[in-house]
Design a protein. Structure first.
Length: 150
């Protein structure tokens, strides 16, 4: 089971790294565009273009801050520890699917089994936190039972 937790963790880590790289490239492209804007354009048109680029750079900066928060969450996960109480880094095998409590990445398939990487602050993540094997909860009209925690 540790192998599966490590693979899930690695997948989440790669997801965050890819997102980080895309945002960094976008920031670099915006910076290049800002420095290549010349005053040869008509005055107002030039200023509008620069303002739009500045807004794009701010938006990308905010996205980069979100990625850094995801990196901080992943840094808190210990793939080698186990617990019988659902917490960050654990896998819950339930009657309705397998959930990896980490960051929201979506479905990850490992060894032909589907795992949903979810964040602790998502609706189902909040329901899973602190639960133990055999606990029940209701989500979207479905009664879900925790069959195992890894």
């Amino acid at each position: 089971m540790k192998k599966i937790k490590e693979e899930l963790y690695d997948h989440c880590e790669q997801f965050v790294q890819d997102r980080h790289n895309r945002i960094q490239n976008r920031i670099s492209n915006i910076q290049e565009s800002l420095t290549s804007e010349t005053k040869s354009s008509a005055g107002d048109k030039h200023e509008t273009g620069r303002a739009m680029l500045q807004l794009e750079r701010e938006k990308a900066g905010a996205q980069l801050a979100q990625v850094q928060q995801l990196q901080e969450i992943l840094a808190k996960i210990d793939t080698h520890s186990s617990s019988k109480v659902m917490r960050l880094g654990n896998i819950a095998k339930t009657s309705k699917g397998n959930y990896y409590l980490s960051i929201s990445v979506g479905e990850i398939t490992i060894d032909n089994a589907a795992y949903f990487a979810i964040a602790a602050n998502t609706p189902i993540g909040k329901l899973l936190l602190g639960k133990t094997i055999g606990d029940h909860f209701s989500f979207n009209g479905n009664e879900i039972t925790i069959e195992n925690i890894l």
